[in-house]
Design a binder for this molecule. Structure first.
Ligand code: SF4
Length: 730
């Protein structure tokens, strides 16, 4: 095998089953690779084509299944089209499979020993056989030489016995190997077990026997088709451990087919996610679990329980698996996708690189990347076929599409009726028109179905959001508290506040555009749009369609604004609450530190009996102390405080003015930072949601703190002057 060559390379594999009801396209253009010593997981729900992919690789598809096109290369050798006898040499020897159901995969009328030994007899290891032959030949030669040399009868008899033993060992090799494999997979009393029938074994043991049978010829590639589905968790853990050990020992490439994401996380290096016969996402285990990009993968991950989060609700993927007889024209997941757009119904997304090892086939990812500025308009054009700007393809499905389809259907009906009455067209031409009616009716039905699914999903996703926000908040708050506790010890005040300011309490972005007035405006626009429909003639279908579409758009805008407003309000209040708690926690520490350091300063002063002639010297001396762990400034006087307060007020007014103009955070920051940079500067750099409530509270606390420090300083001065000497001058 060349150095760069993969152990297995599957390219554009299409597999179908032609049954009387039609063609079932089980595998649609699947491509992936497996390297030696690598574990690849293929996940997806039942009927997604995982097992058919495995059977296609093994070429054991049952009639009427057939590989329509594609390429399967094993160690560089093309398997598709390989003669049967050559395939027989590879199957079971170089590529082995562990079937899903051991009970029905083993022959009930043969003993386990027979079934394991059959594989060894069919694919004897040439290296081992060579050694056996060599030993037998050597012994035979020795025996013949002894006869020629007319050695003693006893010696000749012994050599003859040795030849017999060597031959017996060769003949007994399958049995020995079977015993060895039984031990390897952890079957007790293997000698006895070899003579037993499948019904005498438990499910877990049968699964081990299947593994033993698959591994007995030391294959280069092992396909495990749901190897742990029928097993309880303890046996499952043992089997997974066993597979891992075997892979480490033999360097076997393994493909694990499963719908259990836990198995994937435990065992695999890379994961392929399949849906409706297509690979929808590929990546390393970390990428798929921590950064899923396809809507289906996200759905899969949110629908599995997490051991550490008791309160979080599981969110199932709504709807049923897609009908493989009639795959949708666009994305197969579209009928169940919450973020389905028009483009998803028209075009199948190709795989887009997320990273070097991670690809996904989802238009939502393209849209997200475009919004984040990571994809340009040109990139979108390359992927989608048209640019993003003003592209209706990236909007949700609306009533407009349904009415469009209905229009087409009615036109087709009218044309057929007219032509039939006129009698000018031939029968074939009329048939064609009839076919057109059928086609447009199907389109209309599909559009109606898509709209209802899209509306349902939208409603569901609106309901789900608050709980997600809540779960998210609780998690982040917990983390934030932990981090503050850990890091608040040796920090200076400035660093601590910077830390608090940057504390990412929520992963959700807050869009300040959605305040109460904005929601009210959106609602009003929606109501106005609704009022238009009353005055339109019912037969004026085109105008009605346009107005209805407008109403839909306005309704969506209003609902979105309301959603975002609610979500933002919850987030803001939670953020404020949390930060306040954190600040309280740290204010306590400030007070304690001030007290400790003041006492220390006084003690040190007493010990040294210092004298100061001028107040500056005293201040300098006091300033050299670390009064608090958080560098409190002793030069702050009432005058300073007043001027800082004035600056703060000016800045606050500025912020209010900017907020009235719906300025962005950046604009506010810029405005503050241009002039009047003050000690308060870093407080203003927070989001504008904090400015009104949080800022006021913080300002008061800080002012109180400074006053307190001033009092302490004054008190210290008094003590020092009193105890330091009468000649100091005040
Ligand atoms: S967003 Fe579109 S492309 Fe992505 S999964 Fe949903 S329907 Fe498919």
């Amino acid at each position: 095998m060349a150095k760069h060559e993969h152990l297995l390379e599957v390219k554009d594999l299409y597999t179908s089953f032609n049954i009387p009801a039609g063609e079932v396209r089980s595998v649609n253009g699947v491509s992936f690779t497996v390297d030696r010593g690598e574990v690849l997981g293929i996940v997806g729900e039942s009927g997604s084509g995982k097992s058919v992919t495995a059977y296609s690789i093994m070429q054991i598809l049952q009639n009427p299944g057939r590989i329509v096109s594609g390429s399967i290369k094993f160690k560089g050798q093309e398997l598709i089209g390989l003669p049967h006898h050559q395939l027989q040499k590879i199957r079971g020897d170089k590529i082995a499979i562990i079937f899903q159901d051991p009970m029905s995969s083993l022959n009930p009328v043969y003993t386990i020993g027979n079934q394991i030994m059959e594989a060894i007899k069919l694919h004897p290891n040439p290296n081992v056989m060579e050694i056996f032959d060599h030993v037998i030949k050597e012994k035979e030669e020795k025996y013949k030489e002894a006869i020629k040399a007319k050695k003693s009868v006893k010696e000749i008899k012994q050599l003859k016995e040795e030849v017999k033993i060597a031959k017996h060992k060769k003949a007994n090799y399958p049995h020995e190997r079977a015993l060895e494999m039984m031990k390897l997979v952890g079957i007790n009393e293997p000698e006895k077990r070899l003579k037993q029938y499948p019904f005498e074994f438990s499910g877990g043991m049968l699964q081990r026997i299947m593994i033993a049978m698959a591994l007995v010829c030391e294959p280069d590639l092992l396909i495990a088709d749901e190897p742990t589905t029928a097993l309880d968790v303890t046996i499952q853990a043992q089997i997974l451990e066993l597979l891992k050990n075997i892979q480490n020992k033999m360097g076997t490439g393994i493909i694990i087919i499963t719908h259990d994401l836990g198995v994937v996380a435990q065992l695999c290096d890379r994961v392929n996610v399949m849906y409706a016969g297509r690979l929808v996402e590929k990546g390393s285990v970390r990428e798929i679990f921590y950064n899923p990009r396809h809507e289906y993968t996200k759905g899969l991950l949110t629908s599995i329980p997490k051991a550490n989060d008791e309160k979080e609700r599981l969110i199932p993927i709504e709807g049923n698996p897609v009908d493989v007889f009639c795959l949708p024209r666009g994305c197969s997941f579209a009928p169940r996708c919450k973020n389905c757009m028009k483009v998803c119904l028209k075009k199948y997304p190709t795989h887009i690189n997320v990273s070097k090892t991670h690809t996904t086939a989802c238009f939502k990812y393209v849209l997200d990347m475009y919004k984040k500025g990571k994809f340009t308009n040109k990139d979108v054009k390359n992927i989608v076929g048209s640019s993003y700007l003003g592209n209706a393809a990236f909007t949700p499905i609306s009533r407009f599409d349904v009415l469009d389809a209905l229009n087409d259907y009615k036109i087709a009906q009218g044309r057929y009726k007219k032509n039939k009455e006129e009698g000018k067209l031939s029968n074939e031409e009329l048939e064609l028109l009839k076919y057109k009616i059928k086609d447009t009716r199907n389109n209309y039905k599909r559009a109606k179905r898509d709209l209802s699914i899209s509306n349902k999903n939208r409603k569901l996703s609106r309901k789900e959001r608050p709980s997600m926000v809540k779960g998210d908040m609780v998690k982040h708050i917990r983390e934030a508290k932990k981090r503050v506790k850990e890091s608040s010890d040796n920090v200076i005040k400035k660093d601590l506040y910077r830390y608090l300011r940057n504390l990412k309490i929520s992963s959700y972005e807050i869009d300040f555009k959605y305040h109460r007035e904005f929601v009210a405006i959106a609602k009003e626009e929606y109501l106005i749009a609704r009022s238009f429909i009353k005055g339109i003639d019912k037969d004026d279908r085109i105008t009605r369609t346009k107005v209805l579409s407008e109403i839909d758009a306005k309704q969506r805008a209003y609902e979105d604004a309301e959603d975002k407003y609610n979500r933002n309000s919850t987030l803001i209040s939670k953020l404020l609450e949390t930060r306040e708690k954190l600040i309280k926690l740290n204010t306590k520490r400030v007070k304690k530190a001030i007290k400790e350091n003041t006492v220390n300063a006084y003690k040190e002063f007493k010990g040294k009996h210092l004298y100061f002639d001028k107040e500056e010297e005293l201040n300098e001396y006091l300033g050299s102390f670390e009064y608090t762990k958080w560098d409190c400034d002793i030069s702050l006087t009432r005058q300073n405080i007043n001027s800082l307060k004035r600056i703060a007020d000016v800045n606050e007014r500025k912020i209010h003015t900017l907020r009235d103009r719906h300025a962005t955070n950046k604009e506010i920051d810029d405005a503050i930072n241009t002039k009047n940079a003050s000690l308060y500067e870093y407080w203003f750099k927070r989001g504008d949601y904090e400015i009104t409530q949080y800022y006021k509270m913080r300002k008061a606390i800080f002012v109180r703190q400074i006053r307190r420090l001033n009092q302490i300083n004054k008190h210290k001065r008094r003590v020092i002057f009193r105890e330091g000497g009468k000649d100091n001058g005040k």
